[in-house]
Design a protein around this ligand. Structure first.
Ligand code: SF4
Ligand code: SF4
Length: 95
């Protein structure tokens, strides 16, 4: 899914660096490798590649990350990806 891009500057992803303890979970679970840990703090490397899956926020132990899953039709992106992966047409409930 690395080739999929979101609409620029619309993702709901937010990072509170003051609350971050640098555990690295966000970098581990993000399918798009959006986070990097530097000086014991997470940094967002590629904001517009976020597909709002919610995995980072779900796994952050200090609630330093917030994101509203699916705001930008993440389900549509996943559907298209699955369709390309399997070669089968997958019905999408997305608008
Ligand atoms: S999961 Fe949360 S606390 Fe851990 S590095 Fe990422 S933002 Fe920081
Ligand atoms: S919401 Fe998903 S794609 Fe976006 S930064 Fe978090 S883990 Fe990565």
């Amino acid at each position: 899914m690395k080739d999929f891009r979101y609409i620029d500057n619309i993702a709901s992803l937010k990072l509170d660096r003051d609350a971050c303890i640098g555990c690295g979970m966000c970098a581990t679970v993000c399918p798009h490798r959006i986070f990097e840990i530097q000086d014991n703090k997470a940094d967002i490397l590629d904001f517009n590649a976020c597909m709002e899956c919610g995995a980072c926020a779900l796994n952050c132990p200090t609630d330093a990350i917030s994101v509203t899953p699916g705001v930008g039709c993440a389900s549509y992106i996943i559907t298209v990806w699955l369709s390309k992966l399997t070669g089968k047409k997958v019905d999408s409930a997305c608008c």
